[in-house]
Ligand binder design. Structure first.
Ligand code: 2AM
Ligand code: CA
Length: 270
């Protein structure tokens, strides 16, 4: 890791923290049905999301007092200043898959990434229900429960399993994900819509899925998972291959072999 920080100290600290946070979510599972709406009826938040985020920020602030935060649910005191490439920024989603959490559908995760300026240097995802920990270190690999992971070798769309998602805003605006999905339905082996982007990214990184795309995600939905995929030798771009997927309106993720075939297939329907 080409930073001022020592990964040997940070990685175990964040891994222990995210596991502790997972315990806290599981202990409050009975509160999951009590939610508020944010922008619309599909955009939900619970007290568990908010409390978890504050807990994570407090613990990280104690340990790294000069760092900054970009988070989904609260406005931490040290928010990111624009155009500073030397800032260390923690990008946090306390629960990715809040709608699943509220409905008792067991697929949601905690996602934490550390960036130096715009470069994502560390990524951590905890699959809360399976208590499975994913970690990625820029330049040093991607891991599941400490074991190195690798994307799939699938090289034809016909043999591929793809996941996609709808963000709360897309649901309202009806961006035409459905027509892209229809095209893929005739070409790919299967399609999954699971409701947790960061776990879909983790599943591409481990080779369970071959590809994933999603419009309208926020940085906290994809920062940690995108590093996991890249360190597992996969590719993340915008939907038309743009390198800066965080700033694009959609993200396309594949095992690499399928990247151009999927861009080509989707470009006929975007
Ligand atoms: P969330 O659960 O943290 O909100 C579902 O397809 C995926 O889209 C989830 O990762 C979900 O993250 C994300 N998502 C849902 N609504 C969103 C919104 N308004 N902005 C960005 N991402 C959103
Ligand atoms: Ca969230």
């Amino acid at each position: 890791m080409s930073t001022l920080l020592s990964e040997e100290k940070i990685v175990p600290f964040v891994e222990a923290l995210i596991v502790e946070a997972g315990d806290k979510i599981r202990k409050r599972i009975n509160e999951s049905t009590s939610y508020e709406m944010k922008k619309n009826f599909a955009d939900l938040v619970t007290a568990v999301d908010q409390d978890l985020e504050l807990f994570l920020i407090k613990e990280l602030q104690n340990r790294f007092p000069s760092h900054y935060y970009l988070t989904e649910e609260t406005n931490p005191t040290q928010t990111v200043e624009k155009d500073s490439n030397d800032q260390f920024i923690w990008v946090i989603d306390p629960i990715d898959g809040t709608m699943n959490f509220v409905h008792g559908f067991n697929r949601y995760a905690i996602s934490i990434a550390l960036c130096k300026g715009e470069e994502i240097i560390l990524g951590f995802i905890l699959d809360v229900n399976n208590n499975t920990l994913y970690s990625a270190i820029k330049g040093a690999g991607a891991f599941c429960q400490g074991e190195r992971i690798q994307v799939s070798n699938t090289s034809s769309i016909n043999n591929s399993l793809l996941a996609l998602g709808f963000s709360a805003e897309q649901w309202e605006q009806k961006i035409d994900v459905v027509s892209i999905m229809t095209a893929i339905a005739g070409a790919a082996r299967g399609i999954r819509i699971t409701g947790s982007s960061c776990l879909d990214l983790a599943d591409v990184a481990t080779g369970k899925l071959d590809s994933f795309f999603h419009y309208g995600l926020a940085p906290w939905d994809m920062a940690a998972g995108s590093l996991l995929v890249q360190e597992a030798n996969g590719i993340c771009t915008g939907m038309k291959g743009e390198p800066n997927f965080i700033k694009s309106n959609g993200i396309l993720v594949t095992n690499g072999h399928l990247h151009h075939p999927y861009i080509e297939l989707m470009s006929r329907h975007v």
